[in-house]
Design a protein around this ligand. Structure first.
Ligand code: SF4
Length: 85
């Protein structure tokens, strides 16, 4: 298997986010509280779409466990991760 071909989509429901900061603390490579509304977003490097209600990113497999750690600590289940086929 060639490393790095599998990619994942990360979807942050910013409307649901309560800005607790847990996701950015768990995975600062991928998540940050946005300067627009202080809700979690995918950092610019990986973001394919970010507005006030949602932030969508695409990440390589190497970042999956980091992304998942952020999703797992979210108290309102605002982060979803799915494999891109
Ligand atoms: S853990 Fe959830 S509620 Fe907290 S900042 Fe991240 S997305 Fe928002």
């Amino acid at each position: 298997m060639v490393v790095g071909l599998v990619r994942y989509r990360v979807v942050v429901d910013r409307a649901a986010c309560i800005s607790c900061g847990a996701a950015p603390a768990a995975c600062p490579e991928l998540y940050e509280l946005g300067s627009d509304n202080f809700k979690n977003r995918v950092v610019e490097k990986y973001s394919v779409k970010t507005d006030e209600n949602v932030s969508v990113g695409e990440i390589p497999e190497e970042l999956y466990s980091c992304a998942k750690s952020g999703a797992d600590v979210c108290p309102v289940n605002a982060i979803k991760i799915e494999r891109i086929d």
